[in-house]
Structure formats: structure tokens, C-alpha cells
Design a protein around this ligand. Structure first.
Ligand SMILES: Cc1cc2nc3c(=O)[nH]c(=O)nc-3n(C[C@H](O)[C@H](O)[C@H](O)COP(=O)(O)OP(=O)(O)OC[C@H]3O[C@@H](n4cnc5c(N)ncnc54)[C@H](O)[C@@H]3O)c2cc1C
Length: 407
């Protein structure tokens, strides 16, 4: 016999739990179940943030917060005005979980353990009588006039309302497509660049503020650039990878990257700067000390790449050498050959087309009584706690509309 519920949440991840708890908190009379295919729930929360769970980001103004989302920027503006990062802090605080802010704005539980978040969710679901059914992998969905019929490999479930919180599962996207939704094809986002180049070969761990551009493209970002043993990483590179997720996929991750180690200084300004340095440091060896705000090792490598012996005196630099150095400093070109995952934090761009979702309720515009929250949608952000914030906000809004409508 089928098991009947008012609300079924497909997926026992961050978005699924947040939705279920909020529905039950507003309307305790509803019978709610979470169906999770795995043996365990919240497995991504467990490993998130290196096991510490970067819950959200200390960016409290919706218009500022949306800028961290390459996909979803426009659509999340309204939702963030209803449930933003400040609300997340309050939500967890009310349930006994205190969050702390790190220097870069990332927010973690004070315990520095993702288990605190998992414990909070499990204790809330228990208190609210939400059924958590694990080992239930959804195989098919069918909507009749009055209810959803959801089949797993073990059982059949009936529900008035269905929330899709199944993350980036291609099988579930296929099912959404069969129901009439468009799926934006998934491609990786948030990755680092593989570069083999003598200029950075022995500089692993060196970090500098730089502006990076993908040649023959409009993609550009600024921020700390970190040289790794496989190429380049750091916030600037991650921004390029997120905003350029689809374009770089189309280029098969083969492209020329232009690095300006002096950020907004252009080639003419750089020429002037170098001529001044030639005068001021005339008797000093060029490679001895970096005259710019980046490490000596990098400076020496760029000097060598410009065809200048580091021990050459500034006064002896020729016009051509100065030009070559200026080029290395502001127009350095590096060939990217492939990508690597950033700290195992694989994020996918793609999912349910946003135009087909009503962001006031998170309900499908195509299918009645079908709701979405989290990564199942074509929304993703850069690293820093923003991806979870999307899950919390979507879950909260879906829950509010489900709980109120059903009351
Ligand atoms: C290693 C790693 C670290 C991360 N760290 C952070 C971080 O610190 N901060 C941050 O903001 N973001 C982080 N992210 C991103 C973040 O984890 C995701 O954005 C977030 O988990 C999305 O939540 P979700 O509930 O939409 O999807 P998920 O967490 O993926 O949950 C979906 C659930 O649905 C279940 N499911 C799928 N298909 C079915 C089916 N057919 N039947 C039943 N159940 C199904 C899955 O098993 C899963 O439990 C990290 C990601 C990774 C991979």
C-alpha cells in the first residue's frame, strides 16, 4: 500500500532539510517525509568547508550578495530580500547554533564542525515529527489531478506537494524534463587552471594580487592569484572559472590567459614606472629586490623571462629590455591546458531553467504543486558559503508558500 504524505521532499541534503524543517515549523499539522537515496542524509554538509561547513557569508545586503552568483544573480534578488545571510545566522542561533565570521567573511559554526549543523537538523526533524526515509531512490514521478505518486525502488508514496531538492543528479533532471521543464546542460564551475610554464615552475605557494583575462573573450577578474604545483588558483582564477563556466567548457579548457601583475597599470604607465626605477635604482642589480608589491621570487622569474640577467644593473637596461619587462609585468600570457578541482569542492553550473520557476514561491511555472530548492536549479556561486545560502533561501521560501497554502 502507498504511504501518504502532505509534503514529500525529494533529497535529504541541505536544501531538503531546511525546507522540511521550515514547513513543519510554520504548519506542524502537515505530514512530511524526506526521501533520500543514500544510506545517510546530509553527506555533502558533512564534508563541506573541509569538514567545518561554511554555512553562509557575512554579506548582509541582498544587492551585494547576489553579485556572488554567476547564475541566479537576477532571480535571487527578491528571495534574498526575504531571507538573507543575517536571517540564516538568526535561524541557527534560535536553534542553539552560533556562527562565527572569519577574516574573509566566511561563516562557520563556532564548533568548527559540520556535525553541529547535522545535529541541529536531525534534532529539529525529530522534534517536528518529520519522517526521514533513507535508501529510497526515486525512480519515477507521476502527477494526477489530486496528488503526486512517487515511486522508489522499495515503495510508492503519495503526496499533495513535492519539493525537488535532489542537487545535481542528472537522473532527476531527466525526470524534470519529462515533466515539461527545460534543463540547462550541466558543466563544471569553480575550478583552477592547469598551466605548465617556466615562469611559475618553481613558484608554488607564491601569491600576488593580479588581474587575469581570458584572451579573445570578455572574461576578466581581479584578486589574489595563487601559484600551485599544477598551475594557477586563488580567488581571481576561481571567479573566472565560475563566470566563464560555460565559455571555458566550450573552449575545452584550452585558452590563453593574460596576467597583469600590476592590476590596473597599463603598458604605457608601466614603461614610465620602469624608467623611473631605472633612475632611482641605477646602481642596484635589477633582480635583487622586487620594486612592486609581490614576492621577490616572482619578480626574479619575470625579470629572467624578459631576457634580463638578474644581476644586471638598472642603469644598464636597454630600451628593448625595459619593454620586454613591461610586457611580462602587465601582459604576461600563459597557456591554460585543462582544469583541476578546487579543494574537492565541485560545483555544477546548470539545472532547471530559472524562467520556469516562480521565485516568490519557488513553485514550478510548468507543473502545479512542484517546488524547487538548492542546486537542482540553474544557480551556483563562487566559494565562500554562497551555495549553502542559496539552499537556505530557496528552502525557506518554498516552505513558507507550502505551509501557508496548505494551512
Ligand atoms: C566537497 C564540497 C564542499 C563544499 N563546501 C561548501 C561550503 O562549505 N559552503 C557552501 O556554501 N557550499 C559548499 N559546497 C556546495 C554545497 O555543498 C552545495 O551547494 C549544497 O550541498 C547543495 O545542496 P542541495 O540540498 O541542493 O544538494 P545536495 O546537498 O547535493 O543534496 C541532494 C540530496 O538529494 C539526494 N538525491 C539525489 N537524487 C535522488 C533520488 N533520485 N532519490 C532520492 N534522493 C536523491 C542526494 O543523495 C543528496 O543527499 C561544497 C560542495 C562540495 C562537493
Amino acid at each position: 500500500m502507498s504511504k501518504s504524505y502532505d509534503v514529500i521532499i525529494a533529497g535529504g541534503g541541505a536544501a531538503g532539510f531546511f525546507t522540511a524543517i521550515n514547513v513543519a515549523s510554520v504548519n506542524p499539522k502537515l505530514k512530511i517525509a524526506i526521501l533520500e537515496r543514500g544510506k545517510e542524509v546530509l553527506s555533502k554538509v558533512r564534508v563541506s568547508g573541509g569538514g567545518r561547513c561554511n554555512v553562509t557569508h557575512a554579506c548582509f545586503i541582498p544587492d551585494d550578495l547576489v553579485r556572488f552568483y554567476p547564475r541566479g544573480e537576477k532571480e535571487l534578488r527578491g528571495p534574498f530580500n526575504r531571507f538573507c545571510s543575517g536571517d540564516t545566522i538568526e535561524w541557527f542561533e534560535k536553534r542553539g547554533v552560533e556562527l562565527k565570521i572569519e577574516e574573509d567573511g566566511r561563516m562557520f559554526p563556532v564548533s568548527d564542525s559540520s556535525q553541529t549543523i547535522i545535529d541541529c537538523f536531525l534534532s529539529e526533524t525529530k522534534k517536528l515529527g518529520i519522517h526521514i526515509l533513507t535508501g529510497e531512490s526515486i525512480q519515477s514521478l507521476y502527477r494526477s489531478d489530486s496528488h503526486w505518486k512517487i515511486t522508489t525502488q522499495n515503495d510508492t508514496f503519495l503526496a499533495g506537494k513535492l519539493v525537488m531538492a535532489t542537487g545535481s543528479n542528472p537522473k532527476m533532471w531527466d525526470m524534470m524534463q519529462e515533466l515539461g521543464h527545460t534543463i540547462v546542460p550541466p558543466v563544471p564551475s569553480l575550478f583552477t587552471f592547469n598551466i605548465k610554464d617556466p615562469r611559475i615552475k618553481d613558484l608554488m605557494g607564491v601569491s600576488a594580487l593580479a588581474t587575469v583575462k581570458v584572451k579573445k573573450s570578455k572574461l576578466e577578474a581581479s584578486g589574489p592569484l595563487l601559484i600551485t604545483h599544477w598551475g594557477m588558483s586563488g580567488p581571481g582564477i576561481l571567479r573566472l572559472s565560475a563566470w566563464g563556466a560555460r565559455e571555458l567548457f566550450d573552449k575545452n579548457y584550452q585558452f590563453a590567459l593574460q596576467v597583469n601583475w600590476l592590476n590596473d597599470v597599463d603598458i604605457e604607465e608601466c614603461d614610465v614606472l620602469l624608467k623611473e626605477l631605472k633612475q632611482v635604482h641605477a646602481k642596484k642589480a635589477v633582480g635583487k629586490k622586487s620594486p612592486f608589491d609581490f614576492p621577490n621570487r616572482l619578480w626574479e622569474s619575470l625579470v629572467t623571462a624578459a631576457g634580463i640577467l638578474p644581476e644586471t644593473k638598472w642603469a644598464d637596461l636597454t630600451k628593448n629590455q625595459l619593454q620586454a619587462l613591461a610586457n611580462q609585468l602587465v601582459n604576461g600570457e600563459f597557456q591554460v591546458n585543462g582544469k583541476s578541482t578546487f579543494k574537492e569542492e565541485f560545483v555544477t553550473a546548470g539545472g532547471v531553467e530559472l524562467k520556469e520557476v516562480n521565485f516568490k514561491t519557488m513553485e514550478s511555472r510548468r507543473v502545479e504543486n512542484l517546488y524547487f530548492a538548492g542546486e537542482v536549479l540553474n544557480i551556483d556561486a563562487i566559494t565562500g558559503g554562497f551555495n549553502f545560502q542559496n539552499a537556505w533561501t530557496g528552502g525557506f521560501i518554498a516552505a513558507e508558500s507550502i505551509a501557508v497554502v496548505t494551512m
